[in-house]
Write a protein that binds this ligand. Structure first.
Ligand code: BG6
Length: 523
């Protein structure tokens, strides 16, 4: 990704923008067909179709012209019905309001094929793609987006290859496969999926997606750390007291019981989104902005993440599920066990808290407190970096001066703030904490941030791997998570506790951090 200074210019308020840096796309993405496997599933509804629409929509116009989107699923559905459903999903979940003229353009790019589960499904897919490309004058560039359960990934890749739908990596056109997290259910199944994928695909054709890497604030971790001189000098054990990462969701399990009741918060959030965020937050400066350099730097963090073993699991992990309580609007809601589709004997957690350590030179001894859960008091994800106290002399003598803290708000209200102490104006010497705050909405305008999926879909079409997960990262992250899963497996070592819906989690999570002499910071 070359970094080029933009031409001198002014913005609409007349501010000089000479010092803007644009990390440009090397070239416009070539036209292609994106095949969405599982096109009537939850992910396609909530994220993929709305993101594709946003890429096409008038203001954005980023999707390569003529490109097509082909829904491929088990269910029989007419093209008209697929287009109608896609409109409803977009109206409900897109960050942009549906503009009917743009929609008409987008709908013209949509097509549908059923038979994903049938023996001749992939032969039909091949014929459909060829017909579609001929009709639209499209080159046979293809992106296969596997929005399907992890157990079906290996089989679909094999069937794609056997149907002749995967080209050699040096072919004049591309065939790329996007796989969703979680890749696997545990370490052995993740290894198995990776083995199947590399049997049929070159690594350059595999895009392992984690939509948190497409989020503006997560990408901004790189910019914040490495385009400002002040943070890097403070970043590490010498100056940081501890770090908190909170990913809290007000929503419950909703209609996803079939997937979630086999997964739980550790596999669903920690193994991927949270470890990715942790890696970007703590990695050493990569040697360049190349995708391999960034991936290597992130992987090095996981190599030094201290494993959590059965003997220390109780002191360092909490697992819980929500009981009845209230939602974010204060309305009564049922507990996890009463949600539709949850097994009577379910032992799945909807909340996890961890204390982790990165045993490398930079972070030695700094505790990282991590928590994520569903049905929390509010939807709020943030990273909180608390710096060490000033020495106990001058202002800190006899009374406690609150420590400086940097809070990076991932969502909602994206932005960051810095807590500092200042003297309150007046004749007395009174110190007061104040917050320096940057809100993305205020600085860049409401709705300026694209959805993570928009950015990542475009990167797949561009062939840019920077924001995708490498196979070794998947394996290392599973190794860490597998240690915890094994520690929890007997059920008694770390009991599954409950928290009321509408709270920030169970009392045990408060105890975990309190025992370490800290408290959770409200995200
Ligand atoms: C998904 C998880 O990967 O991320 C969901 O499977 C979770 O359970 C979602 O709700 C959270 O994404 P976001 O972008 O809403 O924070």
């Amino acid at each position: 990704m070359p970094v080029e200074p933009r031409d001198a210019r002014s913005d609409k308020e007349g501010r000089n923008m000479d010092n803007l840096l644009t990390i440009q796309r090397a070239q416009a993405a070539p036209p292609c067909t994106v095949v969405i496997f599982g096109a009537s599933g939850d992910l396609a509804k909530r994220k993929l179709i709305p993101s594709m629409y946003n890429l096409v929509a008038c203001g954005e116009g980023m999707m390569p012209p003529k490109s097509a989107v082909l829904g491929f699923a088990r269910r029989e559905m007419s093209l008209d019905d697929f287009r109608k459903s896609a409109h409803d999903w977009t109206a409900r979940f897109s960050r942009l309001k549906v503009d009917e003229a743009c929609w008409a353009r987008f709908a013209g790019n949509l097509d549908y094929l059923s038979g994903l589960d049938r023996p001749d499904g992939f032969t039909k897919l091949k014929a459909k793609l060829e017909a579609l490309e001929k009709a639209r004058g499209l080159p046979p560039n293809r992106v296969y987006y596997l929005a399907i359960p992890p157990t079906a990934i290996g089989d679909s890749v094999e069937r794609l290859a056997k149907a002749g739908l995967i080209y050699p990596p040096d072919a004049p056109h591309f065939s790329r496969v996007v796989v969703e997290k979680p890749i696997g259910h545990d370490l052995p199944s993740a290894l198995e999926i990776n083995r199947t994928m590399v049997k049929y695909l070159d690594e350059s054709q595999i895009f392992r997606i984690d939509h948190y890497l497409g989020k503006e604030t997560v990408q901004n971790l790189l910019a914040l750390r490495f385009s400002n001189n002040i943070f890097e000098r403070l970043w590490g054990a010498r100056n940081v007291d501890h770090v908190q990462i909170t990913v809290a969701e007000a929503e419950g399990v909703g209609s996803r019981a079939m997937y979630y009741d086999h997964s739980g918060a550790l596999r669903d959030m920690v193994q991927n989104h949270i470890l990715q965020t942790l890696a970007l937050l703590t990695m050493e400066a990569p040697v360049s902005l190349d995708s391999s350099a960034i991936r290597d730097a992130k992987l090095n963090v996981l190599r030094t993440l201290r494993p959590i073993m059965p003997a220390d699991a109780r002191a360092n992990t909490v697992r819980a599920r929500y009981a009845a309580g209230v939602d974010a609007d204060g309305k009564p809601v049922q507990g996890y066990m009463d949600e539709p589709g949850i097994a009577d004997n379910s032992r799945i957690e909807t909340f996890v808290a961890l204390k982790a350590y990165i045993d490398n030179w930079r972070w030695s001894g700094v505790p990282f407190f991590i928590r994520t859960g569903k049905r929390t008091k509010a939807r709020a994800s943030s990273i909180y970096v608390q710096f060490k106290d000033v020495p106990q002399i001058l202002f800190n003598r006899g009374s406690t001066v609150p420590a400086n803290a940097l809070t990076i708000r991932i969502q909602p209200d994206e932005g960051f703030s810095f807590d500092v102490m200042t003297k309150r104006p007046g004749l007395d010497l009174v110190l007061q904490p104040v917050r320096m705050n940057l809100s993305y909405n205020a600085a860049f305008g409401d709705g300026a941030s694209p959805e993570g999926y928009e950015r990542l879909l475009l990167d797949v079409m561009d062939g840019d791997h920077t924001l995708f997960i490498s196979a070794p990262f998947v394996e290392k992250s599973w190794e860490f998570v597998q240690g915890i899963l094994d520690s929890w497996s007997d059920g008694a070592r770390v009991p599954l506790v409950e928290y009321p819906a509408g709270s920030w989690g169970p009392k045990e999570a408060d105890d975990l951090i309190r025992t370490a002499g800290r408290v959770w910071h409200e995200p």
